[in-house]
Design a protein around this ligand. Sequence first.
Ligand SMILES: Nc1ncnc2c1ncn2[C@@H]1O[C@H](COP(=O)(O)OP(=O)(O)OP(=O)(O)O)[C@@H](O)[C@H]1O
Ligand SMILES: [Mg+2]
Length: 236
Amino acid sequence: MSLLTVDRLCAGYGALRVLHDVSFSIEEGNVTVVLGANGAGKSTLLRALSGMIPATGSIELDGYELLSGRRRRPIALLGIGHVPEGRGTFGGLTVEENLRAGGYHRPRGEVERSITEWFELFPRLAERRDRLAAGLSGGEQQMLAIARALMARPRLLLLDEPSLGLAPKMTGTLFDNLRAIRERMDMTVLLVEQNAHLSLQIADDALLMTAGQVGPRRPAIALREDEQIRRAYLGA
Ligand SMILES: Nc1ncnc2c1ncn2[C@@H]1O[C@H](COP(=O)(O)OP(=O)(O)OP(=O)(O)O)[C@@H](O)[C@H]1O
Ligand SMILES: [Mg+2]
């Protein structure tokens, strides 16, 4: 079943049109990776989906049209969590305060339970719960940004290049963590990732993006075995 259906989506910045009639759907419970060259419009696509920039066309989340209606509700309430490029933590807040901020609209008891659950799942964050986010390592900040987005219990999580700037070992840990989260929570993820090798291992489906357009959805495993893809994205 499709959780998200996008139809003829157009978006850009002022006079610059970046997305040209983008149409695709993603399956509930799947991890879908978006691959594409620098400047293809991957981040712009995520921004349009989460309402950070205006867009036309249709974005349907679980049958609910997000682009209709004059008054938009906060995106978190609509069920989309977005971890933007370059991490999204509040540097001046502690780890625990960041998590709390992510669950601001949920009942207090649920927030407490989620925080306990996170700290069980990520002991590194638990050890640093009273430290300021600004003092964490890049990988820890990335995990915190993801945990904070998940505190809102989104139906759909948008992740923009979570491995950017991380050492290879840290990237491996991050992807292991993503797998663990995925097994624990029934989640749908749209992942933009430059590390095609790792992302095609964790993803179920893949979308290729070229110059503001998105091609047909394909199983990640098919891309891993595709000669052209291997040459373009996997360096083999
Ligand atoms: N805030 C902005 N204002 C104006 N133009 C922008 C803005 N952000 C991106 N663009 C332009 O939109 C186009 C698509 O950029 P986008 O950041 O979506 O690409 P991307 O696929 O995410 O690239 P990368 O892999 O480098 O992150 C580019 O031509 C870029 O210059
Ligand atoms: Mg980008």
